[in-house]
Design a protein around this ligand. Structure first.
Ligand SMILES: [Zn+2]
Length: 197
């Protein structure tokens, strides 16, 4: 096991390793005895000797709880808690086989990948719905900015102050309701996108 490109890069504790995308292999965790309820630990990834990621995990009988921080480009670090449910299927020769249930598509998978804020299956990261979702969210936010610039005296960084001069209150109230609605829709998508388990 181990070695570049073998797909088995995950190590636990102080020993560190990685190949590009962060992945968690349930077979490896099982072999290491980490899938017992109450097991806690840290998964680390590094690239060229530099630490690239660190995730704390806690194992329960029905799920694996992941705690980590995520940052998009140079934005603020966000704490992320992700819960990955387990599934078990009987083995031919007795015992059980462990699976993760992908939080995105709910299919049984052995390997979770992290290529953005969340751990999902490989298929979920390749499916167009992620980028569609992203486009939809981008559209909502740009509509909100457009409306914000139209109705407020001052509009900066997604926040508006004061009704624009010359605009009737009736018009302002109607457009402001639309503005709020866009924001709520954006949050609804963001929550689904970030916490969809
Ligand atoms: Zn999936």
């Amino acid at each position: 096991m181990g070695g570049r490109g073998s797909g088995e890069w995950l190590r636990v504790g102080n020993k560190t390793t990685l190949e590009d995308t962060k992945r968690i292999d349930i077979r490896y965790m099982n072999r290491q005895g980490l899938l017992k309820p109450g097991a806690v630990g840290t998964l680390k990834w590094s690239c060229g000797g530099k630490q690239k990621g660190l995730i704390n995990f806690q194992c329960q009988s029905e799920y694996l709880q992941l705690s980590y921080r995520y940052r998009e480009h140079d934005r603020e670090w966000q704490p992320i808690e992700q819960r990955i449910r387990f599934d078990r299927t009987p083995c031919h020769y007795g015992g059980e086989r462990f699976w993760f249930l992908c939080p995105g598509c709910h299919r049984r998978i052995a390997v979770l990948c992290c290529n953005g804020p969340l751990f999902l299956c490989r298929q979920c990261y390749q499916l167009p719905y992620n980028s569609q979702q992203q486009r939809l969210m981008d559209r909502l936010i740009s509509q909100k900015h457009e409306l914000g610039n139209r109705i407020f005296i001052r509009y900066e960084n997604g926040k508006g102050w004061g009704k624009k001069k010359g605009m009737h209150w009736k018009t302002f109230n109607r457009l402001h309701a639309q503005y709020i609605e866009l924001e709520l829709q954006w949050w609804a998508h963001a929550e689904k996108y970030i916490f969809h388990y």
